[in-house]
Design a protein around this ligand. Structure first.
Ligand code: NAD
Length: 306
């Protein structure tokens, strides 16, 4: 296995990266972790994760370089280098680059191309499951990789995740993630509009839920993350839309969907509309609220508040 001969360089110790790195350390792996933000580095050290002072130090004797960054630009900058040689130039030959960030499909393919061109291997493995899944080691990984490269990192992914889906070659993991989240964004808006329409038509939330949850409108946005309080006690609507899955992240993921729609020329209409609605939601106070909070925006507009 790829990790048998070297350490795991873990770069990006934010909300997701820190608990993922913690699980690798707890399972007995030799990890060298780094984040550009000193507070994140300190938090990781406090959590018992071995940290180092630079990315180059982290990757020096690594067989796997795992990244968990905000976006594709950070990844490509780190691979190529900005003020000096990038990661691809300073690692040992045949290092496996495992990117778990959610990024543009085109950026993921470019990152893989650069890695392979430099004599390395590449796996894109974005996740779903959020911070709770990262802490519990139950993330779902959507994987784009050559089969043999996936096998190399499978033991690591199985520590951090509960489900692995091999979606195809380089970039296929990001492609699956962006398609799934486009369905989620659109279906949450549809569910929210339907609940507000139900309110206007005099339906109780419970009555509409009882019908939709067992009829053809059934979907995760209704049965698990129901945008109104009451019917699903664990949904964020019951705690004033504390996330959950924050509006800023949904806006980001729909922005990635939009880029993919543009670059492929798909005649999608709902995806771009959902992207615009979540961008507005993020900019008007929804960034840190659960994405199901978009129902309050739709209700306010229905009542002439905007
Ligand atoms: P975050 O912003 O909390 O963490 C990202 C970390 O990467 C930051 O600490 C940042 O300082 C660090 N970083 C950036 N550039 C770096 C570099 N060159 N070297 C080292 N560190 C660097 O983000 P997050 O919530 O942990 O999410 C990480 C990724 O996972 C994102 O792409 C996000 O879209 C995706 N994701 C997040 C969630 C979630 O619920 N938070 C769920 C699924 C997927």
């Amino acid at each position: 296995m790829a990790t048998g001969t070297g350490t795991i360089a873990f770069l990006g110790l934010g909300h997701m990266g820190l608990p993922m790195a913690k699980n690798l350390v707890a399972a007995g792996h030799a990890v060298k972790a780094f984040d550009v933000v000193p507070a994140a580095l300190e938090a990781a050290a406090t959590a018992g994760i071995p940290t180092v002072d630079s990315a180059n130090e982290a990757v020096a004797d690594a067989s796997v370089v795992l990244t968990m960054f905000p976006g594709g630009q950070q990844l490509l900058d780190a691979y190529r280098g900005v003020d000096g040689p990038g990661l691809l130039a300073v690692v040992r030959p045949d290092t496996l680059f495992l990117d778990c960030s959610t990024i543009n499909v085109d950026d993921a393919r470019e990152a893989a191309r650069l890695a392979v061109e430099a004599g390395h291997r590449s796996v894109d493995a974005p996740v779903s499951g959020g911070v709770v899944g990262a802490e519990a080691g139950t993330l779902t990984f959507m994987i784009g990789a050559l089969p043999e490269d996936l096998e190399s990192v499978r033991p690591l992914l199985e520590i951090m995740g509960g489900k692995l889906v091999h979606c195809g070659d380089h970039g296929a993991g990001q492609a699956a993630k962006v398609c799934n989240n486009m369905i989620l964004g659109v279906s949450m808006i549809a569910a929210s509009e339907a609940f507000v329409l139900g309110e206007k038509l005099g339906l109780t939330h419970q009555a509409l839920y009882d019908v939709v949850s067992t009829a053809s409108g059934q979907c995760w946005a209704v049965t698990t993350n129901c945008p109104v309080p009451g019917p699903v006690p664990t949904s964020p609507a019951n705690r004033d839309y504390q996330p959950g899955f924050a509006g800023a992240l949904m806006a980001k993921d729909l922005g990635l969907a939009l880029k993919a729609i543009e670059s492929t020329g798909v005649a999608a209409e709902l995806g771009p509309m959902a992207a615009a609605m979540y961008e507005r939601f993020r900019d008007e106070g929804g960034a840190g609220r659960d994405f199901s909070g978009i129902i309050t925006d739709i209700r306010d507009r229905s009542n002439g508040a905007h």
